[in-house]
Design a protein around this ligand. Structure first.
Ligand code: C2E
Ligand code: CA
Ligand code: CA
Length: 753
């Protein structure tokens, strides 16, 4: 959305550009006589300086910047206004009145421009920095200024200094102009080095503008001093170019002020500014030395240049050393965590080439702590040093091994042909790190667990992601026995897997299998137990053992259980309606401990029964022994509420745990399910037989129905029936099966014995 103001501003910028282009064609095409050229040149400065003054004013009024930036732009606008006033004045003096006074009135405005611009540039906002940084910055800026000074001295200040018979006013102005420019160069250097030189185009344009003005000013002063100056000479081109850059800078600042905040930080390119200034200064010196002859000045100058170069080299070397110190681990000499992190960031930002991959390995020494504790820190250090040597020698030249701290190391591998190659390196490292270390008279044995994250994406990934994956993999390697490596796969990540399971519920990837519960006497199917399955899109049909732990740990078990209840009730209600033989079929659904702990459980069950139309009297909820044991009053009330609604409660896996009799009596339990492990002992195992018998008696005493699970043989079925168990479940009778097959089983049961 552009306002009228925006449109006018855009038109002004475009108009200025067009005008300037037309002027350049006219000027460079050498059209018109000298007077016309002078007149036109002087004239065109006026609208351009007017436009940049107005645009700067607009930044101040509407720019939406920080207070500090706005303050800077107030001063810059004032400076711009001085330029504008100077241009108007010059037009009158030079083009209309042909006054040749030097300094001209216009020049006084120019002198005013300098301090305003200087302070304005210095006030531009920049990142907070430390005291040392500020000192370094000032020194660098001073180096730039000193280099510029040498140029100015050669061109302007020197000649003024040695000139005789020049009026004092001219000397003063001719000296003030370059000195002012020097100030501006200083401010500019500070500004450029304080900010991203390439980050903010407006600042670069402003810098370019001021630099062009400096060149023009110096040219102007030089010409005035030696041959006189009239509008239309070459410095005018620099003033005009600078003026246009100012227009662009002000315009650009207005827009960037509304959008992204200022970027801070110093770009590497700008760091070379001081060295550039030194090179420039010495260029002039060398040039002069050639004119001077080698003795005495020439040789001295060469010596001075050499000395400076050496000092710079030394400084750079110290810098390198400091940087190295900051990024190496003192004990092992390997890159430290800071450097490893930068390397990982670089690796993550680099997409893998098609088919190839990068890898990050996190290595944790196993059993390091006991060595440290038992043999002392020196032994620990020896182990770490040995591990560092092993790592360094086991990887290729372009790869990085580093120490993250403690007994944790990292290895970064670039551009390997495939995952297999990564695994081979990991395996090699595991083997190499297993080598015992001789320390004095003891032989120390450490091993390492390695977690590997492979980056084979064709796009950049986040470094944190790689680190997290490697960390998870390392943790898994440690848990599954140490001295091994583990490559990260999504299923190591409980968060990721839980999310996967959650979306499986939503996408309908879970299904229900039904296992009939059979009356052992008649063979009639009296109930079905609903058992969850996951039809995984990649891994095929998964049994509950593969994902229920995860569901329990992450709480996904609650929505999962609710889904199971709803889905199986819906299915069973349909059977009730459709299949005459299933009219009295019970449905048994497992509840996890977490579900039973839910305050709202009776409400949830009631709502599902209501929605599906399945009768409460036909529903059995299975809870485990653990729940029975932990039951508090609230839970008892909750279960009673369920019982009162007509639902029956079964205790699953009975006989494996420690259900106290007292607990059994306290809870409204209608069914006991004899655990499959007891059934498995039948009929041979006497203890199993006695236990099974005891449970069956117990059921009779408490008037509970008893269901035997895991019946795999006809003998087991017979034994249980003889012991008085009425119902059973197991592979001998029926396997759990999909709903479609369960229908058939229901139909066929009548004839079954
Ligand atoms: P469970 O409740 O004790 O279920 C009986 C398990 O024994 C089922 O395993 C069943 O397939 C298996 N089984 C049935 N007959 C035989 C047999 O003759 N021999 C042997 N060896 N096994 C037999 P499944 O389906 O793998 O379920 C395992 C467990 O997962 C279940 O044990 C139950 O604790 C849990 N589970 C299954 N579905 C759900 C559910 O929807 N919610 C909750 N909370 N837990 C569930
Ligand atoms: Ca069960
Ligand atoms: Ca069971």
């Amino acid at each position: 959305m552009k306002s009228t103001g925006d449109r006018v501003a855009n038109a002004a910028v475009a108009g200025t550009g067009l005008m300037l282009a037309a002027f350049l064609v006219f000027y460079l095409g050498s059209w018109g006589d000298d007077e016309t050229r002078q007149y036109l040149t002087d004239l065109i400065h006026v609208p351009i300086s007017l436009v940049f003054t107005l645009l700067a004013l607009r930044v101040v009024v509407h720019g939406g910047r920080t207070v500090q930036a706005r303050r800077a732009w107030v001063l810059i606008t004032a400076a711009f206004f001085c330029r504008f006033a100077s241009q108007v004045s010059w037009f009158v003096e030079d083009a209309m009145m042909h006054r040749t006074a030097y300094p001209a009135y216009a020049d006084y405005w120019m002198i005013l421009y300098v301090p305003l611009m200087f302070v304005g540039l210095l006030l531009m906002p920049a990142a907070r920095r430390s005291r040392i940084d500020r000192i370094k910055l000032t020194l660098d800026a001073l180096i730039v200024a000193a280099g510029t000074f040498m140029v100015l001295w050669y061109l302007l200040l020197g000649p003024i200094f040695v000139s005789r018979n020049v009026p004092i006013g001219q000397v003063a102005y001719s000296a003030a102009l370059p000195m002012g420019d020097l100030l501006l160069v200083l401010a500019l250097a500070m500004l450029l080095m304080r900010r991203t030189g390439s980050g903010d185009p407006a600042i670069v344009m402003l810098a370019g503008a001021v630099a062009m003005f400096v060149i023009a000013d110096v040219g102007y002063g030089y010409l005035q001093l030696h041959v006189g100056f009239a509008g239309g000479s070459w410095p005018d081109l620099f003033w005009l170019g600078g003026g246009f850059l100012m227009v662009l800078a002000a315009h650009r600042t207005y827009w960037s002020g509304r959008g992204a905040p200022d970027q801070n930080g110093r770009s590497a390119r700008v760091n070379w500014l001081p060295y550039g200034a030194i090179a420039l200064a010495y260029g002039i010196l060398g040039y002069l030395a050639r004119e001077q002859g080698m003795y005495p000045l020439g040789g001295m100058i060469i010596g001075a240049i050499l000395m400076t170069a050496l000092v710079i080299a030394r400084q750079m070397y110290v810098l390198r050393e400091n940087q190295d110190l900051a990024v190496t681990d003192p004990l092992t000499g390997l890159p430290n965590r800071a450097l490893i992190n930068t390397r990982i960031a670089a690796l993550a930002a680099q997409p893998a080439r098609s088919g190839r991959c990068h890898a990050v390995m996190l290595i944790d020494l196993d059993k390091f702590k006991p060595i440290n504790d038992v043999y002392g820190h020196e032994a620990g250090d020896a182990v770490l040093e040995a591990a560092a040597v092993t790592l360094r020698t086991a990887i290729r030249a372009g790869d990085t091994a580093g120490r993250l701290g403690g007994d944790e190391f990292a290895v970064i591998l670039r551009d390997l042909p495939d995952r297999g190659a990564v695994e081979r390196v990991a395996q090699r490292l595991v083997g190499a790190l297993r080598t015992p270390i001789v320390f004095g008279e003891v032989v120390l044995c450490v091993e390492a667990s390695i977690g590997v994250a492979i980056h084979d994406a064709l796009h950049p990934v986040s470094p944190d992601l790689l680190l997290r994956q490697a960390d998870l993999a390392m943790y898994t390697a440690k848990r599954s026995g140490r001295s091994r490596y583990q490559v990260y796969t999504p299923d190591l990540d409980p968060g990721g897997r839980a999310a996967e399971l959650r979306s499986a519920i939503e996408n309908g990837d879970l299904i229900v299998h039904y296992q009939p519960v059979v009356a052992l006497g008649s063979g009639e199917t009296t109930a079905v137990e609903a058992l969850v399955r996951w039809e995984h899109r990649e891994r095929g049909l998964l049994p509950p053992a593969d994902f229920l732990d995860l569901a329990e740990e992450t709480g996904v078990i609650v929505p999962l259980g609710e889904w199971m209840l709803r889905e199986s009730c819906r299915q069973a209600a349909e059977w009730h309606d459709r299949i005459p033989a299933a009219a009295h079929l019970d449905l048994s659904v497992n509840l996890s401990a977490q579900q039973v702990m839910q305050e709202g459980l009776p409400g949830v069950v009631a709502a599902i029964l209501d929605d599906t139309g399945f009768p409460a009297e036909r529903l059995i909820l299975e809870i485990t022994e653990g729940v029975v044991l932990d039951a508090d009053d609230k839970l008892v009330t909750r279960l009673e509420e369920l019982r009162d609604s007509g639902v029956r409660i079964a205790v699953d896996d009975f006989g494996t745990g420690y259900s106290a009799l007292g607990c059994l009596r306290r809870l409204p339990i209608g069914i006991l399910k004899i655990d499959g492990s007891l059934t498995a002992g039948l009929p041979g195992d006497a203890t199993a037989r006695q236990l099974a018998e005891a449970v069956i008696r117990l059921g009779q005493i408490f008037a509970m129905e008893v269901v035997a699970e895991g019946i795999e043989t006809a003998e087991q079925a017979r034994t249980l029936r003889d012991l008085g168990c009425e119902r059973g479940q197991g592979f001998h009778l029926y396997h759990p099966m999909p709903a479609a097959y369960a229908v058939e089983a229901l139909g066929e049961h009548a004839g079954r014995r």
